[in-house]
Ligand binder design. Structure first.
Ligand SMILES: Nc1ncnc2c1ncn2[C@@H]1O[C@H](COP(=O)(O)OP(=O)(O)O)[C@@H](O)[C@H]1O
Ligand SMILES: [Mg+2]
Length: 442
């Protein structure tokens, strides 16, 4: 019976906890969490609450409990060097070291790596540490995207047409980003449709998992502010109906080449998830960014479909033997909808902002799966925080049924909550197909 350490406290980690504990190896789960997730706690042998920056607390908890390996869910502990600290006491991780996690934590590192090793997929881009030369480069671009260099919780990137309009506005935002102390990436804006390709990597072999599409905007029709993600869907064929097979091949090939480049550049193998955020354009798939972990919500789409024992998957990642394991996913559709406080993503002075920190009731979610995110389990019941509360997932043979199951689950959550109705609808998918037809001119 292996003892496994899970780090993280969100719905993604609840899905990881479920994938770990359904292993035939009968593992015992030890979970280190920032706040107490009731779903993870119920699957754990033991939990410990603490900060993801407290490396001593994490290593102590791991050593005490004779951990075989760790699974690191979120980006913060990766960025804090949790994998490095555990490795010093001979506990390996499915999750990259701090240096390799730069794939996510430094967008300039990744853009420069892709360029240095002549890997396709980059936009035109430049990295700036001062305002010198920014204006001239802005003038070279048709559409502009501005990115601070570092973790921003999905809320730092500014896109022309969405967050600002003119080059003058762009220059002002560049000054603000630089004044905030981080360097700045200015890049070409792509037109197309986004998809998430989450790959498993042992340093040499890269294995794709089913494609997922996330929905960042707070409201139906992709309107309103960007969020951590309001929900996502995947399809039985593990692809997306608006993509050509070549788009998926491009994404996978870029990821393979990036894994090889990381090994050359750092001398160490990348072990963990390489989550590529791609955009299909008229010229094939282009790279938006990498994350160094599963997506949240996207983990909830793919982990429940995994037929291969997840503990074995982690062991093969750690041993550098992914090529020896057949990794299979069920051919089913999934729809994940996040239940959020009504005020989530809205300005603090909005009347709905008061909906956080109130009590909710979770009734019978029927056939849906429920993954807790930011909820506070008190003696008298379950309370909202200000973040996303519960991920509800429907799984079925087709998208319409999966969506219906998710919808029924979502409706079982009572309180001042909201969710996106349009995720997984035919109409939304058709919009994406039509958009790609228009830009490909086919
Ligand atoms: N070069 C680009 N062209 C068009 N849109 C982009 C580009 N880069 C980023 N975006 C948009 O901004 C969003 C956030 O950017 P991303 O690089 O994924 O950073 P993060 O997830 O850290 O906020 C993307 O999901 C996409 O919608
Ligand atoms: Mg992103």
């Amino acid at each position: 019976m292996p003892n496994i350490l899970l780090i993280g406290n969100g719905a993604r980690e609840h899905a990881l906890a479920e994938a770990i504990t359904r292993s035939e190896q009968k593992p015992q789960l030890f979970s280190f969490m920032k706040t107490n997730n009731p779903g993870i706690a119920s699957l754990s042998e033991k939990i410990k609450l603490g900060s993801y920056a407290d490396l001593d607390a994490i290593t102590e908890f791991a050593a005490e409990n004779k951990i075989e390996f760790a699974v690191i869910g979120p980006e913060d502990p990766l960025n804090n060097g949790v994998a490095d600290a555990l490795s010093k006491i001979n506990i390996p991780s499915a999750g990259p070291t701090k240096s390799l996690a730069r794939l996510e934590t430094s967008k300039s590192f990744t853009r420069n790596l892709v360029k240095k090793y002549n890997i396709p997929g980059n936009p035109q881009f430049r990295v700036f540490t001062t305002i010198n030369g920014v204006e001239a480069f802005l003038n070279e671009l048709e559409g502009i995207v501005l990115k601070p260099d570092g973790l921003t919780g999905g809320k730092g990137v500014q896109v022309q047409g969405d967050h600002f309009e003119t080059k003058k506005d762009a220059l002002k935002l560049c000054e603000q980003i630089l004044a905030g102390g981080s360097s700045l990436i200015v890049e070409e804006k792509f037109d197309g449709e986004e998809f998430s390709l989450q790959c498993l990597c042992d340093g040499k072999t890269v294995v794709a998992t089913p494609l997922v599409q996330d929905h960042k905007r707070r409201f139906d029709g992709d309107k309103g502010p960007n969020t951590g993600g309001m929900g996502s869907y995947s399809l039985p064929d593990h692809s997306m109906p608006f993509l050509k097979p070549k788009d998926l091949e491009d994404g996978l090939e870029i990821t393979r080449q990036v894994a090889a480049a990381l090994l050359k550049e750092t001398g160490s193998p990348y072990k963990g998830v390489m989550y590529g955020g791609f955009i299909a354009t008229k010229n094939g798939a282009k790279l938006l960014e990498y994350n160094a972990r599963f997506g949240d919500p996207e983990a909830m789409n793919i982990l429940p479909l995994l037929k291969t024992d997840f503990v074995e998957v982690c062991r093969h990642i750690i041993a550098g033997k992914l090529d020896k394991l057949k990794i299979e996913f069920e051919h089913k559709a999934t729809v994940c909808k996040y239940v959020v406080p009504k005020g989530y993503g809205l300005p603090a002075d909005h009347p709905d902002a008061a909906s956080s920190k109130t009590k909710i009731e979770v009734g019978d979610v029927g056939k849906a799966r429920l993954y807790y995110s930011s909820v506070d389990q008190k003696e008298d019941g379950l309370y909202l925080s200000s973040s996303r509360a519960i991920g509800i997932v429907g799984i079925a043979d087709d998208l319409a049924q999966a969506r219906k199951i998710a919808e029924e689950g979502v409706n079982a959550v009572k309180g001042p909550v909201a969710y996106r109705e349009d995720i997984g609808t035919e109409a939304l998918i058709q919009k994406r197909i039509d958009h790609m037809k228009k830009i490909r001119k086919d």
